[in-house]
Design a protein around this ligand. Sequence first.
Ligand code: SF4
Length: 225
Amino acid sequence: MVGRKGEKPKSHPQISEVILIGKQALFPINWLNKQGYCEYQIFLENMKRIKAEPTKEMIEGKLEHRRLELEFREKAIPATFAEMMEQSKTRNVLSREFPVRSLRYGIFGLIDEIHLSPNEIVIIDDKPGTKKYLSNIHQVYGYCLAFKDIIKQKNHRQIFAALRERGTNNIFWKTPFNKSMESEIIGVVDHIHRLILGGEKFDSCKNSNKCRACRFKMDCNRAVS
Ligand code: SF4
């Protein structure tokens, strides 16, 4: 770890969305989703800085996040992180749009929702539909990894990763975030850091269905049809 806690983040000079704390690069956790779909998207968007229109799902997702956030704020009682952790040892606590940043793993992001109870902590990511794609699973594992790093050994509760159908209460996938999932996601996080550092080359998907649905297809020299 080369960044110090409390140090002010700066934008990476060449790569959009990446921040630097000291010499440590941190990338957004939603890159784990993009990496699972096609990591060449990350290259086109953040290194070549190609602009592409947001998809219908992205626009709908943003609107739904906003709606839920406003609804939540109307009823929410402000609490510090320490208070939230303490209160949840004896009762159920819900938090939304929870910011996480892990210097140790070089990742940051906003968790859609966290349900904390005396027995468990459930990290929830909202997705359109109910298909459990590996890319979505990797994204929510990334949030679990960062959250676990923040609470460190102060927590003895089991952390769960969960996917919920956007706009509903339907949690269609939930699993304990165990050691093997932790190792799996650390492997992907490390791979993305090697891509950022230039130690590995960006791969691209070979799936024409993905390319057809990709918002970068018009500017991609690797698109397959
Ligand atoms: S068009 Fe295909 S290869 Fe190119 S970024 Fe999109 S998904 Fe990847």
